[in-house]
Design a protein around this ligand. Sequence first.
Ligand code: BGC
Ligand code: NOJ
Length: 828
Amino acid sequence: MKFGFFDDSKKEYVINSPKTPYPWINYLGNQGFFSLISNTAGGYCFYKDARLRRITRYRYNNVPIDMGGRYFYINDNGTIWNPGWSPVKTELDSYECRHGMGYTVITGKKNGLKAEVTFFVPQNYDGEVQQVVLTNESKEAKSFSIFSIAEWCLWDAQDDCTNFQRNFSTGRVEIEGSTIYHVTEYRDRRNHYAFYTVNDDIDGYDTDRDSFLGSIYNGWDNPATVKADKPSNSFADGWSPVASHYKKVTLAPGESKTLIYILGYAENPQDKKFAAEKPANLLTRETWVLNKEKAYAMIEKYNTPEKVAAGLAELRSTWEDLLSIFNVNTPDDKVNRMVNIWNQYQCMVTFNLSRSASYFESGIGRGMGFRDSNQDILGFVHQIPERARERLIDIASTQLSDGGCYHQYQPLTKKGNADIGGDFSDDPLWMILSVAAYIKETGDWSILDANVPFDDDPNGKHTMLEHLNVSFYHIVNNLGPHGLPLAMRADWNDCINLSCFSDTPGESFQTYTNPKFKAEGGYSKIAESAFVAALFTYTGPAFVGILEHLGKKDEAAKAQAEIDKMKKNVMESAFDGDWFIRAYDANGEKMGSKECEEGKIFIEPQGFAVMSEIGKDQGADIKTLNSIDKYLNCEFGLVLNNPAFTKYYIQYGEISTYPGGYKENAGIFTHNNAWIICAEAYAGRGDKAFEYYSKIAPAFTEETSDIHKTEPYVYGQMIGGKDAKNFGQGKNSWLTGTAAWNMVAISQYILGVQPVFDGLKVDPSIPHEWDGFTAVRKFRGATFNITVKNPSHVCKGVKTMTVDGKAVEGCVIPVCSGGTHEVEIVMG
Ligand code: BGC
Ligand code: NOJ
């Protein structure tokens, strides 16, 4: 069952029922100011940091779900409705929500009145613009009223939902004309404020939530002021400040009126915090006056429909440019819309927000993950390489000089987060991969010379190359009894906690280490990760390639020897006959082996081992891929492990706490499905690669949205696996490494358009039925129009390649300094 459709020409998903199986959201904003907006206009805004600068309030885990956002209420002679249906939930005569690239348009119609609301955050602007176009489509004149409402968060979202004894006595506002200012704590220690304005005179307002609602026992679905068609002109004094404008409108038949609301944020320098004079029309209970110059300028910027249209046009052209860098035309529309639109869009959102703020991430829990942000770059780097470069330097600066890493850092301070600490065994390797991806995309080798400090030597002179070096050797220097990397506190799978042995509620699996490992340095010196071993052999060659390019022959040979040794160790101790084991636990027992009672096979090490060609000469790659198909493949994707754990294994930790089929315990964890898609493509099995891709790619799940529940235009972290009661049900949509990895899987492995150090490789691994495809790829200043022909209907194999009519040996397009070039590839 579907709840909408893709409008590819506009790059929009159009939702035609407000009752989606879960709120289907979009993200507005791309730089400092961000909003989450659902298809019924629920959600919230924040500036840069969803915890420390939360602008509007949102209640997670609320009943009913998604109550709270920015709402418009219309009172049309006693019929009260919202353009986005919620919160009043009056049945609308028609409803539509269009989620586009950085904007959302929600349109409702009732009794001949149409309200179309466009929400967006303009480029380089710290505010959300909401343009409301009211049209009388009836044959009679209409008089009605419109109320706006936004509920302020008292800035720190964590404190806002816990520290009520203080917070209920701190709220402050100012009102000037049609603008309501939120100035809680401004006088004392803050220099930022927020405002909500409308570009017209108003007929009343409210700034105190309970006065707007009329009773503390009323909800957003039943505000007394709206019902009475009479604002209470309240002035907030503590409790919960809000901003609501009241406006009476009369429209002749066919007439329209446009109102532009702006929800903005601004900061003042310390010496310009206050205005010298108090304007005559200012409503305040303070003795000081906010300096509103910045707000005035922001309001001026978008106070007419023409200016709003220009802002929207600028936003659209920004996205056109971003999405023009890589574009494909394949025989499958769903692939085209994923690659050309939604997957790239999601990559930008994950790059911006890491794992911080979504409908499943409360914005107060997590900073930027070291491994997460490095992986996000893989899907995003071609869009804005300059921002990727800056991010790489920020991340690397939180690394320690021995190669260890802080697992997370805070976006506002850019400092490693001491609460969670380090010792996650996989972290350093992702940085090699992301820096290599950046160089392969841009050819900017100078990043290796960039001065990047270590967290424990902030003033020292160190280069990015040194960071890569300590990352590589952090693995080599921390091997266990079988010569495999120590698992430490966890590897990519945060829920395999081999040093926890936790039996007490409340101990965080991510931060708790059993005292018995304390003396050993905080984690078991027995537990080893075969996944990190395979990631090392997959990533290592990029490091070797970098050293070779720099002419460091001996160092390259030394690193290569370590990779070869690791492959040997894996074959000796971690190949189980038909697949690779997952780990050795702290008791020295195999995990993810035939010998195990449950969890006999895990997905994670397999793809990287296959792509590293570990044991290829003995057929290990094909045996492994066949085992995945046999044991992990099911209707909705590949489960993470099989059989699911049905007991608590204290030696494994969190993974065995989830009911079977959910999350890391045999859920379909889409992130690592991508690694298998890549591996199948690498092995030349394009049909299988595509089968797995099409099981999880959102556009392909659209038809089963009722089962899948989450948005059909973006990936979620997890889909209920075959052991789950809710098999096929998606969760944790939007902020997941799946976005980047599936972008890599489809673009670089299946379509095979892959940046390499010395050019652009094109080596597709596609379904054999395809006649071919075309692609446009901008790469290092040149544009390549690529045509792939598949006359013999093979899955893989480049028979000939020409660039501008000239034959090229192999399948790498050499770097061109500029211009547009025709590339033709014949498979066979
Ligand atoms: C979740 C993981 C997550 C980890 C760290 C675990 O509870 O299952 O997916 O990576 O917490 O926040
Ligand atoms: C989500 C986390 O963000 C990511 O870092 C981790 O690898 C996966 N969960 C798997 O546990």
